[in-house]
Design a protein around this ligand. Structure first.
Ligand code: GDP
Ligand code: IMO
Ligand code: MG
Length: 423
């Protein structure tokens, strides 16, 4: 079995959903391995936009199996909403969508705990999507979680009650005014669980093991981005899972040796939603232009995304941590019209010039050092071939390839499936 990984190299929203959709026809199985409904993966084709949160981005292709792996956390309520949308679009997912028994469940009280924790932090808040991700992974590592497989057991509601009760006492520990109607939240939750139970639950590591024997191909779809990784991201302003390559092994039960290509996706500039350091962030007209042209609003929360120049120091770090073998550069079209472009090639770190990502990248410690590039003015959105791309864009691409020593195999020039140039 060949497993290829597809991962975001920045702070998420690089365009992973679009590229998974573009590549799905090459694979038998598309497998999400971590994260949950904090993700928002956008796909655009036939004039329609689709946003997926938990369901893998291969779902619109008839022949692919779409696996929600053990490393994912699932909120049945959001999952049901995603299924309802697919139903309304006539997508037949019953046979193609499969769920790992070892994936953990997000309970309504996990969401409440997330809200209480964030509210108690005040200005120091993470900027979480408030989907209950942190508390659910805490229960997983604390060995208190409820898994998809538990839903097949008779006593699961008792288990649920015990955990929800415990959560309620934890919520009261936070000194915040949180208004909620648990009965209403639970009735929505239990309804959604019924729908979830109509899908196929599997022992996904065994499924993938058999797929390996049968020589099937797998594309593992990452969520979030490397700089949001619980270990390697800008802690504590991160998510609660391993978003990097190693997360695919633990989140699916595959061995490192079965991984073939590691596709690293990045935007031609940088965005971040939520709190935390962002050395190349722009507060001027350039940043506003990127946000406007790039429609930089969160696909899950609708919050405006912070924008800035491309940060090669951070990108280099992400390529190393993941062992990226091929790069994909997204949203090149958004930079059309900038007279001059900048790439941060090193940091001034407490008076010293460094090229690696230090422990602390707060603005007091780190000042980006930029290399300037001539911009391009051509509209790229209708271009189909590498040879049509403007010379200044080719220079920009080749500079990155030389610095990172990794080929940029795809240049994306618009949100649509078709606006994808292979190199
Ligand atoms: P993901 O979380 O990595 O799947 O990315 P999101 O879907 O959250 O955010 C990417 C946004 O950029 C979505 O609105 C996409 O439709 C859009 N997008 C993807 N690729 C391109 C591109 O090459 N150009 C432009 N203009 N938009 C793109
Ligand atoms: P996709 O898969 C961008 C950010 C949140 C917050 C931090 C922690 O669409 O790229 P959490 O809800 O996990 O507790 O939030 O991580 N975040 C994302 N930012 N894209 C995402 O997913 C994100 N998922 C979480 O904004 O700063
Ligand atoms: Mg997103």
């Amino acid at each position: 079995m060949a497993v290829d990984l597809l991962l975001g190299l920045q702070w998420g929203d690089e365009g992973k959903g679009k590229i998974v959709d573009v590549l799905t026809s090459n694979y038998n199985i598309i497998a999400r391995f971590q994260g949950g409904p904090n993700a928002g993966h956008t796909l655009v084709f036939n004039g329609l936009k689709h946003v997926l949160h938990t369901i893998p981005s291969g779902i619109f292709h008839e022949n692919a199996k779409n696996l929600v792996g053990n490393g994912v956390v699932i909120d049945p309520v959001i999952f049901k909403k995603e299924l309802d949308k697919l139903d309304s679009q006539g997508v037949d997912y019953k046979k193609s969508l499969i769920i790992s028994r070892k994936a953990h469940l997000i309970l309504p009280t996990h969401r409440l705990l997330d809200a209480a924790s964030e509210a108690s932090k005040g200005k120091a808040k993470i900027g979480s999507t408030l989907k209950g991700i942190g508390p659910t992974y805490m229960d997983k590592t604390g060995r208190n979680g409820i898994r998809i497989g538990d839903l097949e057991m008779e006593n699961w509601k008792q288990k649920y009650r015990n955990l929800a009760n415990k959560h309620q006492s934890m919520i009261s520990f936070y000194d915040v005014d949180l208004q909620y109607d648990l009965e209403e939240l639970e009735s929505e939750f239990f309804e959604a669980v019924k729908i979830l139970k109509s899908l196929e639950f599997i022992d996904s590591e065994e499924y993938l093991h058999q797929a390996e024997k049968a020589n099937k191909s797998v594309l593992a779809e990452g969520a979030q981005g490397s700089l949001l990784d619980i270990d390697f991201g800008t802690y504590p302003f991160v998510t609660s899972s391993n978003t990097t390559a190693a997360g695919a092994c633990t989140g699916l039960g595959i061995s490192p040796g079965s991984v073939q290509e590691v596709f690293g996706i990045f935007k031609a500039y940088t965005t971040r939603v939520g709190s935390g350091p962002f050395p190349t962030e722009l507060f001027d007209e350039n940043g506003k232009t990127m946000a406007r042209i790039g429609c930089e609003f969160g696909a899950t929360t609708g919050r405006p995304r912070r924008c800035g120049w491309l940060d090669l120091v951070a990108l280099r770090y992400a390529c190393q941590v993941n062992g990226v073998t091929q790069l994909m550069m997204m949203k090149a079209d958004v930079l059309s019209g900038f007279k001059t472009l900048k790439i941060c090639t090193s940091y001034n770190y407490k008076g010293e010039v460094i090229e690696h990502l230090p422990y602390n990248i707060d603005s007091e410690n780190v000042e980006p050092i930029y290399t300037e590039f001539e911009g391009w003015s051509e509209d790229l959105t209708a271009m189909e071939k590498d040879s049509s791309l403007p010379v200044s864009l080719i220079n920009y691409i080749e500079f990155l390839e030389n610095e990172l020593k990794i080929p940029i195999k795809i240049v994306s020039v618009g949100p649509d499936r078709k606006q994808t140039i292979f190199r």
